[in-house]
Design a protein around this ligand. Sequence first.
Ligand code: MGP
Length: 193
Amino acid sequence: MTSEDGRESKGPETKQTHRLERKWTFWFDNQSKSKQGAAWGTSLRKVYTFDTVEEFWCLYDQIFRPSKLPANADLHLFKTGVEPKWEDPECANGGKWTVTSSRKANLDTMWLETLMALIGEQFDESDEICGVVASVRQRQDKLALWTKTSTNEAAQMSIGRKWKEIIDVTDKITYSFHDDSRRDKSIRGRYNV
Ligand code: MGP
């Protein structure tokens, strides 16, 4: 449709959408459903890829809330093309900042604040970010922000500080290397902020 001044105008039924800087993908892993002894990752599923603000809110309203999940389930939002696995080339040399939560309401709020910060590109080192994982566990729920280059301490510290501001956390949080988690579960964090 063309208006009188010659510019393209949208028809009455066309809704305007707001495109994000990049594409993001939600993943879901319901480990409570996976068979005993099954290899890690067999229940991990890619759920939905989006690149507009409108799709994000639609998805968030309908399903993507950690408090709705059963125990032992994980929900992920990762950059499209990056798989939420240590084995993915973007994650292989990376690590994660982890924050725990004992209240479901709190987990939901921190999750939403993190999602908005990611899709809104609020981190200065956005190239360093892989994605975020919400894990519902019997003991304690947690959120983990995965980043790409674990040895780049300056970048990780900056991301950790910014993340704490975003989710309004004042307690110390810890960064662990995927390499350590892979090799030896007893090795704890490498950086604290
Ligand atoms: P987890 O899901 O990060 O911790 O890893 P969880 O379930 O909260 O349990 P916790 O007791 O360690 O706190 C749990 C286990 O899943 C790891 O020790 C690995 O055996 C396996 N695992 C987790 N991840 C993220 C991966 C991965 O990316 N690749 C592979 N191969 N195994 C993984």
